[in-house]
Design a binder for this molecule. Sequence first.
Ligand SMILES: [Zn+2]
Length: 717
Amino acid sequence: MTATLPTRPALLMGEGLPRFEAITPEQVSAHMPALMAQLEAELQAIEQRLDATAAGQPLSWEGLMQPLQRLGERLRWSWGAVSHLNGVCNTPELRQAHAEQQAAVVTFGNRAGQSAPIYRALRQLQSRSDLDATQRRILASELRDMELRGVGLEGSEREAFNAASQELAELSTRFGNQVLDATNAWSLQLTTPDEVEGLPVSLLEQLAQAARQSPAAGDLSSASAEQGPWLLGLDATRSGPFLQYSLRRDLRERIYKALVSRASGEADAELGTPGNNWPVIERILSLRQEQAHRLGYANWAEVSLASKMAGSEEEVERLLEDLRQAAYPAAAAELEDLRALAAREEAAEAADFQPWDVSFWAERCRRELFDLDSEALRPWFPLPRVLEGLFALCDRLFGIEISAADGEAPVWHPDVRFFRVYDRGTGQAIAAFYLDPYSRPGSKRGGAWMDECLVRSLAADGTPVLPVAYLICNQSPPVGETPSLMTFQEVETLFHEFGHGLHHMLTTVERPQAAGINNVEWDAVELPSQFMENWCYDRATLLGMARHWQSDEPLPEAEFSKLLAARTFMAGAATLRQVHFALTDLRLHSRWSPDGGQTPEQLRREIAASTTVLEPIEEDAFLCSFGHIFAGGYSAGYYSYKWAEVLSADAFSAFEEVGLENEEEIRATGRRFRETVLSLGGSRHPAEVFESFRGRPPSAEALIRHSGLAQGASSGP
Ligand SMILES: [Zn+2]
């Protein structure tokens, strides 16, 4: 009699490429609880073993870090596959199965992160003298993360810390909900043609659709783009274009004021006014300050910076001041240009220019200067040609060959492609990736992202595990014989995500805790992705791939010039705006305190004096909707956007310095980028990684130049 071995469910394979079609919602509900119970039992066994190990008895990396890593990897593999499918093949059943298991996964992470026996053992391991630099950095990050989770606190301090963490999580949710409620509570019905004068057809269609779908419908159910009525709202997709195009200045003023004062007034059930975020802001800031003190830091900004590349608040302040000085005069000049255009058209606002006039005149100015229609460029960017161009660039810069291997790996949708990456020098396969390019409304999350499928490591038997990436975009699918035709922005997005993918795939670090994007500081992780975007503006790269899908004609030179010029249009205002946000965020978390005699709003207005060219109007309560720092994870970290841009622009400028036409030098510089930035992952401090490529610390000069802000370096007000 032959016994049939029970086969392991697809969800619990724990290694290799997932068999996506076999990972069903039923599997998730049936097997995740068992997996979590098993991992918990193994975690306890590790803790007991550590407790039983007599103090002073030597611990080895293999004895401690490997079992912990394998434990984490089993969860990452299974839950990663479920989360991936939830993003790209969503169904109500899968979403529910995912939601039901999520709490257990989070709890397990918190539990392991606060484990006292593991923390003690890691500290003990740290004292060993035979660890290499990568091991030391992995250990240091692990210990720091556990400390920031409060593992070092005892008794009542620990209780207070956990209670405050809980309250902070609730306050964040409340903040976000109140912004959402305030956004949804406001609407304005437009009924006469003069109220919608100037609006493009696509916006009229959207406003009519909003009217038809509004709960107050009934008489609005027959709304049409041509006849109205049209329903205006504060969501970005309606308010943004309205401010850009509406000829009705009074309506622009109304919607602008409603937008900047969201969630800043007293709640009034009768009027339907939702909650006020001012008290929420003060409570969040006070609690964060208390948490920082409990953890032994002077303020929350120090807590945030403890796990970032930026070394200190002063360092961030210095960068923001450099950018402010470059951007201020440019932003002031841009504003003058808009005013001058308004004056030329004899518009009333020329004399009394207000914030609700900016978008409108900027759009006029943009059309006048560039006449750039992003839709019209699509025929020059068919996906197959763009991929050829991208792969050729990667070959040229990094010496890798990318070839299609469709059919060699299970996929989650017929449109998904699979590719293998080979090293040109050795001919060896070094990585692979999936590409899921098209949008699938209803079942695939919007946006674009890179995620890890397999992380580079050594299997238990010593054989190498090659990294595999998921690259997800959301562009329009092919129609009949017409391939997917991309906008230039979609091309940039693809290059961006591919940069993250290269970081993940070209790593040479074999310890998974620091391979690829793992253990890379948050403010440095966008370096490879933004670096790749720069190549979309490189003449040889762009004109090499931009060919009309039918005629094979290259992109006309005039269109290329417009793309280059549009890149820096209104860059002064855009940079200054980011500086204003970043500085406000940083100082609220470093200089503000509840008994300091200043409200958060007063602090923000003080900062606005030198970081805005049009003073915020009286109703402006922007902090009450600053979700990034009060409802998201960016507190004292908003500066990261600009920080990473400094790194990526400066890295690209190494190529500009040797000359973008100098083939030999470009290849050599590309190889060096691969051997440093793309190879070292999180095994070294990002400053060290950057210097090993650039030969010096980063400088903001390239970013300022690329943004067109290099001239007029006087220092503003
Ligand atoms: Zn990114």
